[in-house]
Design a protein. Sequence first.
Length: 244
Amino acid sequence: MNKIGELREIIKQSNNIVFFGGAGVSTESNIPDFRSAKGLYNAKSEYGYSPEDMLSINFFLKHTAIFYDYYRKNILHTDAEPNDAHLALAKLERIGKLKAVITQNIDGLHQKAGSKEVLELHGTVSRHFCMNCKSSYSWMDVENAEGVPICNICSGTIRPDIVLYGEALDNDVIGKSVDYIEKADTLIIGGTSLVVYPAAGLITYFKGKNLILINREGTPYDGKANLVINESIGKVLKKALEEL
Ligand code: APR
């Protein structure tokens, strides 16, 4: 049996699947990932700062205008549509097999595809808020503003509800993610290099039967998986779910 067939059989036998994903899930929606050859972190920077620096809280506070220029050009992809990976995971949830999507992505594409239980470890660009009075703003408010978006109630600075480098993840989101992973019988990990902590560390809570890795390139956890598929995750999940 080929690997897609193996994946299909595991999915058929599983009723408590959890998905853990990263930027590689959205590349088939034309959103670049970070660390692969064409990723954001390997792109030539026109700003004289590394992308990792520009996506840190210190940089945001010190160079807010440059942050927003980079953010609008490279992080806000409001026209992106869900791809076959997002749609397959939403279907798996609809037929009662998948309990949660845990994602490092901030693009909101899982929800756009119809997934209901989505835990966003690094927040989301669909929410922005005033750092002073906490008023909420949408990505459209930010996309349509010039330069640094300012709160129209108190003139405070508006920021995206994402976890920047140097900031902690939300404890409630971590707690829920660990709970789902601990209870899962199958953990499907996809489109992530598994090099950023604490996110990557959450998968060590998995105690179930099937650990599956779907990633174009190798990851530090390949040796722990019982099925590794080094292909595009949209294609793999679409094929695996064809008969379901
Ligand atoms: N199908 C399968 N794998 C893919 C695909 C695809 N279509 N496209 C890319 N990949 C793989 C790449 O080979 C790479 O190993 O997905 C992985 C993406 O890894 P990263 O770019 O490191 O992204 P991610 O793991 O999500 O990064 C984690 O780092 O910068 C921070 O906060 C940011 O959430 C991000 C975190």
